[in-house]
Write a protein that binds this ligand. Structure first.
Ligand code: TRP
Length: 331
């Protein structure tokens, strides 16, 4: 690999990817591929911290890999792979588990949140989830991690673990930084615009899946929650309209001011139709590419096998160093 900084990021395979994932992550990742050496992982092992139906997990994981490529992430410029195909992730996670404190994990807000939502299945994996994430990142001597706000705390913990390990055993890990750059607008739920648009929303009207067909997209946007006024304007108290304006500005590549000007004097109905059309047009080429990829299983298989092999070579180097430092006998 060329001498560029390393980026690692991943998406869980626990549901559909949404318009939020596309605007906030995938589309931006595609812009990083020339300036960094990027690894984009489908973190299927993280997914099973919440119970998954095996057939769904298999399908979701494969769809995400295809959506990476369909979003413009070039599988030859970047390393695309499934986390479960590179055994070093869990091997390093074990070592890091022994270097992470219970207290640190107890403070993680995502754990507290998920534990309350899945109170029937508060498993040990859910608790140590951030340690596996730290392993994902540290295995590749990652420089930069593009993550959303909800993952900042996990990245902070990753840095703490890396620094602690380095202090004890000597420099082993690169201490990663969060990616600071133009971040796409935060896309909120269409049904509750105070919450992030989420693939795990129990109400499918709250999100637009990247693979929703045009009719579904139009229907969901028409049903989006707005307010009792009638002016398309961007201001406090208009969460629903603000969200639709953010979406429109992102998919139509216009500023908020341009968008507001475009709809001045128009009603919410017309506005929603325009937003829906813009979303449909934005996702159309991605969906087309996805459908083409779906016809070629052999090609996809060659991508993820090659990706895992390249990832494993990098990961093995770090893990070997770690094992040696902590005193395991060389095999
Ligand atoms: N926890 C991340 C999320 O839910 C997914 C993830 C796992 C990840 N390992 C990672 C993201 C490593 C960035 C880097 O969004």
């Amino acid at each position: 690999m060329e001498d560029k900084k390393i980026i690692f990021s991943g998406v869980q395979a626990s549901g559909f990817l949404t318009l939020g994932n596309y605007i906030g992550a995938l589309r931006n990742w595609a812009k990083l591929q020339d300036d960094y050496n990027c690894l984009f992982c489908v973190v299927d092992q993280h997914s099973i911290t919440v119970r998954q139906k095996p057939a769904d997990l298999r399908k979701n994981a494969m769809d995400i890999l295809k959506l990476y490529i369909a979003s413009g992430i070039d599988p030859h410029k970047n390393i695309l792979f499934f986390q479960s195909h590179v055994p070093q992730h869990v091997e390093l996670a074990w070592v890091l588990n022994c270097n992470t404190y219970m207290g640190e994990l107890q403070r993680m807000t995502q754990f507290k949140d998920k534990a309350s939502r899945h109170s029937d299945n508060i498993n040990a994996g859910l608790f140590t989830y951030p340690v596996l994430m730290a392993a994902d990142i540290l295995l590749y001597q990652t420089d930069v991690v593009p993550v959303g706000n909800d993952q900042k705390q996990h990245l902070e913990l990753t840095r703490d673990i890396a620094q602690r390990f380095n202090n004890i055993y000597g420099d082993v890990f690169k201490v990663p930084e969060p990616y600071i750059g133009s971040v796409g607008a935060r896309v909120m739920s269409l049904q509750d615009p105070t919450k992030k648009m989420s693939k795990s929303d129990s109400n499918p009207n709250g999100y637009i899946a990247m693979l929703d067909d045009p009719d579904t997209i139009v229907r969901k946007i028409k049903r989006a929650v707005t307010d009792s006024e009638s002016e398309v304007a961007y201001r406090e108290g208009k969460d629903g309209i603000n969200n639709l304006l953010n979406i429109y500005s992102a998919v139509a590549d216009k500023t908020i001011d341009e968008a507001v000007a475009e709809f001045s004097g128009k009603g919410y109905g017309d506005f929603k139709v325009a937003v829906a059309e813009a979303v449909v047009e934005c996702l159309r080429p991605v969906q087309q590419k996805f459908n083409e990829l779906s016809k070629d299983k052999g090609y996809i298989e060659s991508i993820y096998k090659e990706g895992a092999a390249r990832a494993e070579r990098m990961a093995a180097r770090t893990l070997r160093k770690v094992y040696k430092k902590i005193g395991f006998i060389e095999r």
